[in-house]
Design a protein around this ligand. Structure first.
Ligand code: CIR
Length: 281
């Protein structure tokens, strides 16, 4: 089966991922107390499978070497927002993660030739996990990690698109609660926390979107690229899996288990930065 048709905005050529350091096991940030112990070998295996899955989508994956000084470095999504050839280098809201951006900046600039934009307000914090690019506009979650100054920096970096802000509670990031599951299609769970934030999104956005309602909160984070979806497996999302499986236009899809990364609050979008091919003049 060929690759599905996707509008150009969701057609990606490259991805940046980062390998998992040993420090991930004990020193990565975790919301849940007590945290479940992480099986490092299994985490690495799942990450390798994730990379393979990205390759199956036709994406050329750049794997950065692991960085022991940054236990959360596998969650590259939080370090940069890349839309349409421009990369905004984030200022992650967790102080332990600020240093992760250096290698990402370098890679985006030198290896991928993107236009780099820096945040010029040192009060601003941004985690890329709070930035939902719908293909038409940008929704920024104001969370424990991303503040108003951060949202303003995003709006300034991408003046060609409308940017709106929504308050996020009860989740680490906006994209822990919703994600794009197709062109003009937002996946979101039935959970009260997710529905509350969805309502705020719908009040703020310029376009209207279709909604795919799933059951488990973590099922709402999927990865849509090149006409295909990557979602969690039935072992993780038993109630939502049949909903996803039965969607007729979801023929091209991959189930990817990331259970060990979820223990550190990772999700499918958090482990890659997706990038379109830049047209050099
Ligand atoms: C953190 O707390 O920053 C990491 N342990 C998890 C970040 C996950 N990022 C994301 O979903 N965008």
């Amino acid at each position: 089966t060929g690759k599905g048709k996707a509008p150009d905005v969701f057609r990606y050529h490259y991805a940046i991922v980062s390998r998992i350091p040993n420090s991930f096991k004990d020193s990565s940030l975790k919301q849940k107390e007590p945290a479940k112990p992480i099986d490092l070998e299994k985490a690495r295996q799942q990450h390798e499978e994730y990379v393979e899955t990205l390759r199956k989508l036709g994406i050329d994956v750049l794997e950065l070497p692991l960085d022991e000084r940054h236990p959360d470095c596998v969650f590259v999504e939080d370090t940069a927002v890349v839309i349409n050839g421009t990369a905004l280098i984030c200022r992650p809201g967790a102080p332990s993660r600020l240093g992760e951006v250096a290698v990402i900046r370098q890679t985006l600039r030198k290896e991928l030739g993107l236009k780099i934009v820096e945040v010029d307000n040192d009060k601003a914090t941004i985690d890329g996990g709070d930035v939902l690019w719908t293909g038409k506009e940008i929704v920024v979650g104001l969370s424990g990690r991303t503040n108003q100054e951060g949202a303003q920096a995003i709006a300034k970096a991408f003046p060609e698109y409308a940017t709106c802000m929504v308050r996020v509670e009860g989740a680490l990031h906006l994209k822990s609660l919703m994600s794009m599951a197709g062109p003009e299609l937002i996946a979101v769970s039935r959970s009260p926390a997710a529905q509350k934030v969805l309502k705020r999104v719908q009040e703020q956005v310029t376009y209207s979107y279709m909604i795919l309602t799933v059951e488990e909160e973590e099922a709402a984070n999927m990865l849509y690229a090149n006409g295909m979806r990557v979602h969690l497996p039935d072992t993780t999302i038993p109630k939502s899996f049949p909903i996803i499986e039965n969607k007729l236009d979801f023929q091209n899809r991959y189930a990817q288990d990331i259970s060990e990364l979820q223990k550190a609050d990772g999700d499918l979008t958090s482990m890659s930065i997706l990038i379109q091919k830049v047209k050099h003049p």
